[in-house]
Design a binder for this molecule. Structure first.
Ligand code: TYM
Length: 332
């Protein structure tokens, strides 16, 4: 039986970028892959690489659990769980810190960006978090890890860690492969289409679409997305980043190839194209929002998370024991 692992950080509400780059693919793979066990978690330990207000963190953790189900993950097929409830993640994370080198961590983009901004009080875990991510994946011997483009560097370091550990201590970990969608691996901001769509403090809400945004606001955000003055619809990431991003969103949500969309919208105005796209996004989100309302606050949500935790723990504890034995930690 193969295993698939992925997670999302509960640092705020999820965006359309998270959906297209990751969530939607979790669901697609759930429906397509056979003989595969799924471990999808809420990466709450990763969230505390920056300060999180306690009640917000708790709320965001539950929200993501409900969103996973609302987007179509079947909690009876998929093990949904909260990372911090399976303590083996943190334990193997430490082993991974003892496998990877500081130089390798320092080359990770997220850390480098914070350093470059001269931000003060960068938490140590922001530097070491790729080691924890490696642990998240290797603990389950995952062979497939669906992620957006911004996480591919972390997957590469995971492969390095697994290979090095296997070399030092004997064959222990499966080397994972990433699954990144051909279209939509990096959804860009609507106001600044040269930067990744994300909900960060320095961005205007018009730059991102949240999965739980009011639907009229969603329409307005798409209609006011920045485009160029050329009024011709074709894909050119360099010179027409705005329109190219909108074409990518359209294609990801409908599975219509970008070339076919370009043909369909030849001689059609940006305004009309945006209105069509707005309705496509709204219809996708309205289904998610309906299901979200049904599940959030229900007792079942906790039951699913309990079941997911128990299944995850069974696999993780066996693996961690083997790792400790390989290294020579503790006694026999
Ligand atoms: P996170 O929480 O930042 O993002 C969750 C997933 O959403 C994808 N994503 C995007 N995809 C396309 N366009 C965007 N604008 C966009 N923004 C986000 C991310 O690539 C990611 O797949 N470290 C991870 C969480 C994690 C993890 C793991 C993932 C922890 N352990 C183990 C896989 C396996 C993170 O911070 O993702």
């Amino acid at each position: 039986m193969k295993r698939l692992v992925s997670g999302i950080k509960p640092t705020g509400e999820l965006t359309l970028g998270n959906y297209i780059g990751a969530l939607k693919n979790f669901v697609q793979l759930q429906n397509e892959l056979e003989d595969t066990e799924f471990f999808i978690f809420i990466a709450d330990l990763h969230a505390i690489t920056t300060m999180q207000e306690k009640s917000n963190l708790r709320k965001n953790i539950k929200n993501i659990a409900a969103i996973y189900i609302a987007c179509g993950l079947d909690p009876n097929k998929v093990n949904l769980f909260i990372q911090s409830e399976v303590n083996e993640h943190a334990e193997l994370g430490y082993v991974m810190e003892s496998t990877l080198y500081i130089g390798e961590m320092e080359r990770m983009i997220q850390y480098k960006e914070k350093r470059a901004n001269n931000e003060e009080a960068i938490r140590t875990s922001l530097l070491t978090y790729p080691a924890l991510m490696a642990a998240d994946i290797l603990l389950y011997d995952a062979s497939i890890v669906p992620i957006g483009e911004d996480q591919t560097q972390h997957l590469e370091i995971t492969k390095v860690a697994a290979t090095r550990f296997n070399h030092l201590y004997g064959e222990t970990f499966t080397i994972p492969s990433g699954f990144t969608p051909k279209t939509g691996a990096r959804i860009m901001g609507l106001q600044d289409p040269t930067k990744k769509m994300s909900k960060s403090a320095d961005k205007t809400p018009k730059d991102y679409i949240l999965l739980l945004d009011d639907l009229n606001q969603v329409r307005n955000k798409i209609k006011s997305a920045i485009t160029d003055s050329d009024n011709k619809i074709y894909f050119d990431k360099e010179n027409k980043p705005g329109i190219s991003n909108l074409l990518t969103i359209y294609s990801s949500l409908t599975n219509i190839k970008i070339d076919d969309l370009v043909a369909k919208y030849e001689n059609i105005s940006y305004g009309e194209f945006k209105s069509d796209l707005a309705e496509i996004v709204v219809s996708e989100l309205s289904v998610i929002q309906e299901r979200y309302k049904e599940i959030i606050g229900k007792k079942e949500l906790d039951l699913y998370l309990d079941k997911g935790r128990e299944n995850a723990k069974r696999v993780a504890s066996r693996k961690l024991k083997k790792v400790y034995e390989r290294i020579g930690l503790g006694r026999k």
